[in-house]
Design a protein around this ligand. Structure first.
Ligand code: ZN
Length: 412
């Protein structure tokens, strides 16, 4: 009796039930979890493919690592209450362990872990310090800048202030903190003599010769700079891409006139740049103890980048939808710490192209930064050069992808 009681108590303490089932390692997609269970790998019967396998690991080993990982960010809580936010185990599993297992069997594995874990409710650690999540604040910031107060938001409790101003101010501070504290992972150098491609659309190659020069292919003069994702009309920045294909995809997608040809110049950087590189964010695994502290920040940035790179219909809505990224670009551009020369973002247009590097760059330089422009206001040296013979023309083929929608006309 005593033994059974002790066993029940130890099950409660550790937070999961006994199981003799095993899982084959192919279902585990997370390398850190694979490392943690490596010592326990043996042949066995996989409960998920119902087949004897060479490399399996006891489900108990997996669930014990999962509970330990949960307890890094959550406390067990008995009963959900109105004043303490809490999540049930299945929510925590879906939120934090979604990409730990291979997609095909993920549903079954997470369901099985949910059955094994005896804790019902979890309270996020440090919830009392947070006034809402960064992502929620970003959504509020975006809404405020798009629809209520674009250029100034005063968060003053004594005065009439637009709804969301407090959250938006908090987001700006939090965004700066995230960039500062993660700078070693997200700030990268672009060496001298790196090629960045930039171009423009033309209706026929008859126009090509007159436009095949640095002035025509470089950033527009200030008074002709159009509104763009990261800069409002009137502020000229150097937009470019890491490959010709990405450059063509970008300018063709943004060409409201749907012209047939693209002229692309291979601009060369004349000095070293530092960029905020948001192209290849590595969100730490929930099992990665050394980088775990960055998980929240990098996870936020990943969602943020997905939001700001999603294509926008250029039917006039760009004038409002681009506003939040224009504001944040200025914040990054004029911040002293960390000081950067530009931002690299994944190209939404080049996502489906077979190219290794789909980075787009927005560099904080206007037309005067191009060699040969001849009027550098501050007497500094030019930053980009368009070597002779480095302009190529592309014929743009626009494709339409279609899939059947879930709609059918009535048969009656
Ligand atoms: Zn299996």
């Amino acid at each position: 009796m005593g033994g059974a009681k002790n066993h029940a108590e130890s099950l409660t303490a550790r937070g999961f039930n006994d199981t003799s089932e095993a899982i084959c390692t192919v279902h585990i997609a997370d390398d850190h979890l694979l490392d943690l269970v490596a010592h326990d790998v043996a042949s066995g019967l996989c409960a998920f493919c119902d087949t004897p396998r060479e490399e399996t690991v006891g489900l108990e080993v997996v669930v014990s690592n999962v509970v330990r990982a949960i307890e890094r960010s959550y406390d067990r809580t008995e009963v959900p209450s109105d004043w303490v936010p809490s999540l049930d185990t299945s929510d925590v599993l879906w939120d934090e362990f979604g990409d730990v297992f291979e997609p095909e069997t993920q549903l079954f594995i997470l369901g099985c872990l949910n059955e094994l874990i005896t804790v019902d409710n979890w309270e996020p650690l440090g919830w009392e310090r947070q006034d809402g999540s960064t992502y929620a604040d970003w959504r509020t910031f975006r809404k405020l800048v798009t629809h209520r107060s674009r250029f100034i938001f005063v968060a003053n409790k004594d005065r009439h202030t637009p709804e969301g101003a407090e959250e938006a101010s908090r987001f700006v501070a939090e965004f700066q903190r995230i960039i500062m504290e993660n700078s070693e992972e997200i700030i990268r150098e672009i060496p001298r003599q790196t090629v960045i491609y930039r171009g423009r659309m033309v209706s026929s190659l008859d126009d090509a010769q007159s436009l095949a020069n640095a002035a025509a292919l470089g950033p527009a003069p200030d008074d002709r700079a159009a509104a763009n994702r990261m800069s409002p009309a009137g502020i000229s920045l150097f937009y470019g891409s890491a490959t010709q294909e990405a450059a063509v995809a970008e300018i063709a997608a943004h060409d409201v006139e749907q012209r047939d040809f693209a002229l692309v110049g291979a601009f060369e950087t004349l000095r070293r740049f530092r960029v905020l590189d948001l192209t290849n964010l590595q969100v730490p695994s929930v099992f990665d103890e050394s980088r775990y502290a960055r998980r929240g920040d990098l996870g936020f940035l990943k969602g943020f980048v997905a939001d700001i790179t999603s294509p926008i219909k250029l039917d006039g809505r760009e004038h409002r939808e681009y506003a939040p990224t224009q504001v944040l670009t200025e914040l990054i551009r004029w911040s002293r710490y960390p000081s950067v020369d530009g931002i690299a973002l994944p190209s939404a247009q080049a996502r489906n192209l077979a190219v290794d590097n789909t980075a787009n760059y927005v560099m904080f330089f206007g037309p005067e930064s191009i060699e040969g422009h001849g009027s550098l206001r501050d007497g500094s040296r030019p930053s980009f050069r368009l070597p002779a013979g480095s302009i190529e023309a592309y014929k743009v083929n626009r494709r339409v992808d279609a899939e059947r929608a879930q709609w059918r006309s009535s048969t009656r």
